[in-house]
Design a protein around this ligand. Structure first.
Ligand SMILES: [Zn+2]
Ligand SMILES: [Zn+2]
Length: 340
């Protein structure tokens, strides 16, 4: 409960109200701006024009061009974070600061005008109601109603100020206008890029065997997780049991074999019956498919030494890299990616 008197009371009231508006406004504006930028990116940058698989392919091309093992590690271990950075880099190419500033300013202006007109409208309704003593309560009712769906500002959050004895409603109008201005400036300072990444991220679930990220565009989607191509399991560091042999097999081949795998709880299951292993295996659909992208054949051959070092294993024994992989060039890998 706030208590005060006269003009300072009105200022306190306006400040309180703005402090309640701020989080809702911040959320609405960031979301709106993120949507605007996402739409812009879809039009202007080919990487974002297609679906989640297209974006994945673009990231793989980018990684191959850079040929930097550290980047690959980041991509394989923290795909969500990598995507965030990728989006940041790409939007930066668009002249990010200028566009971000432009979209932010546009939605700020729109919301600012709407809030102001809600202030004016409520003042107009309440001003001449000589019959009412609880003018502030009435003003707040009107204000929340006028904001409507634009901002979620529950009337119940404003109970602390509804008993204020403010009689000078015109003055309140001005105080509100004044209190809103710094709020708008604050919003410009820190735009969260993660909210932009959410527009493209889709499902973030990773294959429990090879780490490939589900290509469904919806987070929390119905049905099983899937990917078009699984990858050699060495990409998540798997080795054959009790050996230093890195696993170059792909999950979609394993599921049609008689091979077993061990879960984190040291329980053995046949790949054929991988769903029996429970969560997260049971949430994936991995149909048998022996085809492996040339990309990963190139990657494993090219970064062989780094992979052995990083995962503390060897490409020998059951993990021997087939001679045919070694002849796959980066260009082969990229040309094949173009087809999808
Ligand atoms: Zn997989
Ligand atoms: Zn999924």
């Amino acid at each position: 409960m706030i208590s005060c008197q006269g003009a300072s009371c009105i200022t306190t009231f306006a400040d309180f109200l703005c402090s309640k508006i701020a989080p809702a406004l911040r959320h609405a504006i960031y979301e709106k701006t993120a949507l605007d930028i996402a739409r812009d990116m879809k039009v202007k940058i080919p990487d974002f024009r297609g679906n989640r698989s297209t974006l994945e392919t673009c990231m793989l091309k980018y990684l191959a061009e850079e040929e930097n093992f550290e980047n690959f590690k980041h991509y394989l271990n923290f795909p969500g974070e990598f995507l965030n950075n990728y989006i940041k880099t790409k939007t930066y190419c668009l002249g990010e600061n200028r566009r971000l500033e432009m979209f932010l300013r546009e939605s700020l202006t729109r919301y600012y005008e709407n809030i102001q007109s809600a202030v004016f409208a409520s003042t107009r309704v309440v001003k001449d109601r000589k019959d009412r003593n609880d003018k502030i309560s009435l003003w707040l009712d009107e204000f929340c109603r006028a904001l409507g769906d634009m901002l979620s500002l529950p009337r119940s959050d404003l109970k602390g100020i509804e008993h204020q004895e403010i009689t000078d409603i015109e003055f309140l109008n001005n105080a509100m206008t004044e209190a809103l201005s710094p709020l708008i400036d604050d919003l410009r300072k820190e735009f969260p890029h993660t909210i932009l990444a959410e527009q493209f991220a889709g499902c973030q679930s990773m294959c429990p065997f090879c780490g490939a990220v589900c290509t469904n565009t919806m987070p929390n989607h119905d049905g099983d997780h899937r990917v078009v191509f699984h990858r050699p399991q060495v990409l998540t560091g798997y080795r054959w049991h009790k050996t230093d042999n890195l696993i170059i097999d792909i999950c979609s081949s394993c599921v049609s074999s008689d091979i077993y795998f061990m879960t984190g709880e040291y329980r053995w299951f046949q790949y054929k019956r991988y769903r029996d292993a429970g969560h997260p295996c049971s949430t994936w659909n991995i149909p048998p498919d022996p085809s492996m992208q040339a990309y990963w054949k190139w990657f494993v051959s090219y970064f062989r030494t780094q992979l052995e070092q990083y995962y503390n294993g060897k490409f020998h024994g059951r993990g021997e890299i087939p001679a045919s992989w070694k002849t796959v060039t980066k260009q082969n890998a990229l040309t094949e990616l173009e087809k999808y």
